[in-house]
Design a protein around this ligand. Structure first.
Ligand SMILES: Nc1nc2c(c(=O)[nH]1)N[C@H]1C(S)=C(S)[C@@H](COP(=O)(O)OP(=O)(O)OC[C@H]3O[C@@H](n4cnc5c(=O)[nH]c(N)nc54)[C@H](O)[C@@H]3O)O[C@H]1N2
Ligand SMILES: Nc1nc2c(c(=O)[nH]1)N[C@H]1C(S)=C(S)[C@@H](COP(=O)(O)OP(=O)(O)OC[C@H]3O[C@@H](n4cnc5c(=O)[nH]c(N)nc54)[C@H](O)[C@@H]3O)O[C@H]1N2
Ligand code: SF4
Ligand SMILES: [Mo]
Length: 700
């Protein structure tokens, strides 16, 4: 046995970028704890970090390629796998056109340095426009708003949680999720600090979440009515003469148009629909406009819903007109050391709506189509039909709306490849699975989450354990496939080479930022709090903020229609919403014994009054059905959920035949996405409307 050693790295499971201190001896991990010397997370970590050990040791994890045959899966060599894949995919593209091949990119791509850098050339080598990703079950409305208001889809303002005096959280549960589009390790600590300095936190959510319980005030809202609430708040900002653009007075276009729009949405006119009394909406607005600094942060609940586009636009608007934009304590732009917008020219035209999806005419944006349309693009015959698919670190069968329909679609494909670490609900449909190294075997640098971070910091992590010779990293797989698809030689670039170049060319390059410097500082380097930087960062042609982009004006009648004619099928009287759990991350961490042990967490929360009417009791199993599917699930009765709304976790349903996640199968749960309906989207952005799915509940 050799000496006990210590390794420092960032956890790459979620967006919080917690610094970890890992004690190990040879290939054995002795402990995983928060790194007290990490300048950003200062010793914080959540329970999921310790499971990095489990993923490293997981016997179910695939390490070499496997091929599906009539008699089950067989091992094949990397060379055999690449040769077969290139031949099959080229053949399909030759016969049916380049777009007959589709790609689905999942969430872990965003947490992986190599993928962040090599997916672009990989996509180019395939030459298809049919890219789909988890972004359209998540944050597409944020990108669309950023694109049209600030000139770049990646220029997303984040709440300056460490300096704000008032934080309004709409449809986010950062105490459990650890924050999203807001990288802020130890959110609880940061929220408590707001309160300690005399500030206030208000949560707007159909569920009394853990975040709501810590907040000073919680307002229950009817699902999918947030755009109305935001419009009414904006209305109040105008009627109380509280518009205050501060230093942005000459930089904001469209204030008059906004006032005209907001005119129609008095708190009294929306209160009934939103489920929040008009007086509360006025008080909420007053709290925000009178605080020394304030920020409205709206996330998944206000993004993965029918009006996600409007919600994210209006959130930015509210921050801007209350003088809380590009200012300490408000919504601010980070300035990351690896700047994804380094080469983004001002006035660069976006790809929004450049193409429309073939079947449902949903918009193409940020280089992709909404995943809600993937199944029909596979099922519907005709020119441009998708015949083959590559998934990269994604599990859309469990994560996308109407996931069970996607499973059916995948099983009918001519050919499918999965680059993944598990044989799971999605990858079991592949002809070949190419397994990548993961977690502790990889080097790490957060390109994306530094771009959404509440503080400018920078850190590089070396791999803890060198992978075995027979393993491949994701980026090596992507590069090899790209080379095979284009019959070109592999170039010598590694993620580290590109990272070093970007750091040196980036905003701190002149001060000596480089990969070598990061290697010398394994705990990470603090650059400092976010700084006002709109002049340098904004990418619109004129350098001003477009407060009222036309596409949002065009979308308002849809919102009005919902008010005037609330389309409600009486057969499905409840609104289903999702929830996240402290000890699971999306669909893939459930193969860790320590994360899934204990009581079944995959339960349906029902309000006591609803339970009484339904005649159901705690712990009883019920059938939940929607327009597209049905699941059987155990009930938990709680007044933490609003009447008429029910909640179940996302990411579960590991009960399918032919998968190989033996730990997850012990506590499988059911998939919420067997109920969510792919036909329900925010038609403006194409994002899936996962929240607010109409469902019925019947005794099982
Ligand atoms: N109803 C409902 N549905 C939701 C949500 C919701 O709130 N409600 N949330 C949505 C959101 S926000 C998201 S981001 C999506 C996530 O949707 P997906 O990204 O499709 O789902 P994940 O569970 O993240 O899938 C990760 C996949 O990558 C594999 N994997 C893990 N690590 C690695 C790695 O290092 N390399 C490779 N190659 N593969 C790896 C896993 O085995 C798994 O197959 O789900 C969405 N779906
Ligand atoms: N532990 C854990 N952490 C995670 C993940 C995980 O799976 N587990 N996933 C990661 C990922 S990929 C992401 S994107 C982030 C997401 O991070 P968050 O955005 O914080 O996601 P959720 O916890 O799903 O919070 C969404 C909230 O919206 C509420 N909601 C639902 N419908 C509505 C509505 O119509 N209006 C309003 N106002 N609220 C609504 C829900 O009750 C819920 O509290 O979390 C990340 N972190
Ligand atoms: S909060 Fe996220 S980044 Fe931090 S330890 Fe937990 S999973 Fe890892
Ligand atoms: Mo996500």
């Amino acid at each position: 046995m050799s000496d006990i050693k210590t390794h420092y790295r960032n956890c790459n499971i979620c967006e919080a970028m917690c610094g970890l201190e890992i004690k190990y001896q040879d290939k054995h991990i002795l402990s995983i704890k928060g790194d007290p010397e990490d300048p950003f997370s200062k010793g914080y970590n959540c329970p999921k970090a310790t499971a990095l050990e489990d993923f490293y040791n997981d016997e179910d994890r695939l390490k070499t390629p496997i091929r599906r045959t009539a008699n089950g899966w067989e091992d094949i060599s990397w060379d055999q796998a690449f040769t077969e894949i290139a031949e099959k995919l080229k053949g399909i593209q030759k016969e049916h056109g380049r777009n007959a091949l589709a790609v689905y990119l999942g969430n872990p791509n965003a947490h992986n340095l190599g993928n962040a850098l090599f997916l672009k050339p990989f996509m180019k080598s395939l030459g298809t426009i049919n890219r789909f990703s988890s972004a359209s079950t998540d944050q597409m409305p944020h990108h669309v708003a950023a694109n049209f208001m600030f000139g770049a889809g990646m220029l997303i303002p984040v709440p300056d949680i460490d300096r704000t005096d008032f934080m309004l959280i709409i449809g986010g549960n950062p105490v459990v999720s650890n924050g999203s589009m807001m990288t802020a390790p130890n959110v609880i600590g940061r929220m408590k600090a707001i309160q300690k300095r005399g500030g206030k936190i208000v949560v707007v959510d159909p569920r009394r979440t853990r975040t709501a319980k810590i907040a000073d005030q919680h307002l229950f809202i009817r699902p999918e009515k947030d755009a109305l609430l935001l419009l009414a708040m904006i209305h109040c900002v105008f009627t109380t003469n509280s518009v205050n653009l501060r230093h942005l007075a000459d930089r904001v276009d469209g204030l008059d148009a906004l006032e005209n729009i907001a005119n129609d949405y008095s708190p009294e006119s929306v209160a009934k629909h939103v489920g929040i009394p008009a007086s509360d909406i006025r008080t909420l607005t007053n709290d925000m406009t009178t605080a020394d600094s304030a920020v409205c942060y709206s996330r998944m609940g206000a993004s993965t819903q029918t009006f996600g586009g409007l919600c994210q636009w209006l959130t930015n608007v509210l921050n801007i007109i209350t003088g809380n934009f590009d200012r300490a304590g408000g919504a601010m732009f980070p300035q990351p050391a690896f700047d994804l917008l380094r080469n983004h020219k001002k006035g660069h035209k976006s790809s929004f709506g450049q193409y429309k999806s073939r079947v449902r005419k949903l918009p193409f944006f940020n280089g992709e189509f909404p995943v809600a349309t993937l199944a029909e693009e596979i099922f519907t015959p005709g020119e441009g039909q998708i015949k083959s698919l590559i998934t990269v670190a994604g599990n859309p069968v469990l994560s996308s709306p109407s996931g069970h329909k996607l499973a059916e679609a995948f099983s009918g494909l001519d050919y499918m490849v999965a680059i993944d670490i598990y044989l799971n609900e999605t990858t079991k449909h592949a002809n070949i699975i190419l397994p990548a190294t993961t977690g502790l075997e990889n080097s790490h640098f957060d390109i994306f989450f530094n771009s959404f971070s509440v503080r400018n910091t920078v850190k590089y992590s070396k791999p803890l354990f060198e992978p075995a010779d027979y393993q491949r990293t994701d980026w090596q797989i992507l590069k090899e496939l790209a080379a095979r698809m284009t019959d070109t030689d592999l170039d010598e670039y590694t993620p580290e080479m590109i990272l070093d170049m970007e750091l040196q060319k980036g905003p701190y390059g002149k001060q000596g930022m480089s990969l070598a410097k990061l290697i010398d500082n394994p705990h990470g380097i603090d650059i400092g709090p976010l700084m006002p930087c709109i002049e340098a960062r904004i990418k619109t042609e004129q350098g001003s903020v477009n407060l009222v982009p036309q596409l949002y004006i065009n979308d308002l009648p849809r919102l009005q229609n919902v008010i005037i004619h609330p389309a409600r099928d009486k057969k499905y009287p409840f609104d289903l919403i999702g929830r996240r759990l402290v000890k699971s991350h999306n669909t893939w961490t459930q193969n860790s014994e320590r994360l899934i042990k204990g009581k079944n967490p995959c339960t349906l929360e029902v309000h006591p009054d609803d339970a009484k009417v339904l005649g159901i009791s705690n712990g009883q199993s019920v059938m939940v059905s929607s327009m597209v599917g049905e699941v059987k699930i155990e009930v938990v009765i709680t007044d933490d959920i609003q009447r008429g709304v029910v909640s179940m976790p996302q990411g579960w349903g590991h009960n399918q035949q032919g998968t190989q996640m033996s730990v997850a199968a012990k506590q499988p749960g059911v998939s919420i996405n067997d109920l969510t309906d792919a036909s329900r989207v925010d038609t403006l952005t194409g994002n899936a409307a996962l929240n607010g799915t109409p469902v019925a509940i019947n005794v099982a």
